[in-house]
Ligand binder design. Structure first.
Ligand SMILES: C[S@@+](CC[C@H](N)C(=O)[O-])C[C@H]1O[C@@H](n2cnc3c(N)ncnc32)[C@H](O)[C@@H]1O
Length: 244
């Protein structure tokens, strides 16, 4: 794949995204995370991989973690630092994660980032680094879009103009419009079904300890579209398979 565009490198998109907190379908992505993290993670050292403008980093910090956010988009990181001047936000460039130590995090969280990593090789390379940086009892919480998010309408997203999303196979580009932000240009994501994620995780020695697909409830404070019946997000909790 050669023509994937990381929309978050673009300043206008970065600024629009930086204003986003947890409305609508995003509320559902984060609603159960405190409980999931409390259930699976012990220790307080965290890395937020693909931190963007820091929304997900600040979320983890509020749970009591000492957290470092990393991203490849300087536009997003600038905004993260403006919103949270005391935060630790770092650009990861061509040297990858070289500045981050082995086995140094109890929690590595990635919120939506894998939707924007175009190739299998890149995903594998990053997963290997994540495994390297996880403490022996650490957990990797990987929040990604379920394929269904690209097929239906949602409180915060529209995909009705992209019927071709339905035929996209693993690794192909799908389009989605975020209706909660001021920038209504479609974003390119890469579709990656559950079985393909599981194959990647196994290849780098990560085991799925649990997987959650939260559904919305009537008592949630939003007007839902399909969220009560169809889960838009997948949350994988992963741990390292011990070396034999
Ligand atoms: C959809 S945004 C999510 C940001 C943040 N996690 C949140 O929940 O608000 C995805 C972020 O992943 C970043 N990203 C994409 N590819 C990346 C990579 N290879 N390494 C680090 N960050 C990456 C993008 O620049 C973007 O800021």
């Amino acid at each position: 794949m050669t023509d994937f565009f990381n929309a978050y490198e673009d300043r206008k998109m970065a600024e629009a995204y930086a204003k986003l907190e947890f409305p609508g379908t995003y509320y559902l992505a984060f609603r159960d995370l405190p409980g999931i993290i409390a259930r699976h993670v012990s220790g307080k050292r965290a890395l937020d991989f693909g931190c963007g403008a820091g929304r997900s980093t600040r979320f983890v910090e509020r749970l009591g973690f000492s957290v470092t956010g990393v991203d490849i988009s300087e536009s997003m990181l600038e905004l993260a630092r403006q919103i949270d001047p005391m935060g630790d936000y770092r650009l990861i460039g061509s040297d990858g994660f070289a500045s981050l130590q082995n086995s140094s995090f109890d929690l590595i969280q990635s919120a939506f980032t894998f939707d924007n990593i175009p190739t299998r090789e890149q995903k594998l390379g990053i997963l290997k680094e994540i495994r390297r940086m996880l403490a022996p009892s650490g957990r990797f919480v990987n929040l990604v879009s379920a394929p269904e998010i690209y097929w239906y309408e949602w409180a915060s997203f529209s995909t009705k103009d992209f019927p071709e999303n339905r035929n996209a196979k693993c690794g192909e580009i799908v389009k989605i419009i975020n209706t909660d932000i001021a920038d209504s240009r479609p974003v390119d994501d890469v579709i990656w079904p559950d079985s393909d994620y599981r194959a990647l995780f196994a290849e780098v020695g990560l085991e799925v300890e649990a997987k959650y697909n939260p559904l919305a409830r009537e008592e949630d404070p939003f007007e839902w579209v399909n969220e009560t019946k169809i889960a838009p997000w997948s949350i994988y909790v992963l741990k390292s398979i011990a070396a034999p």
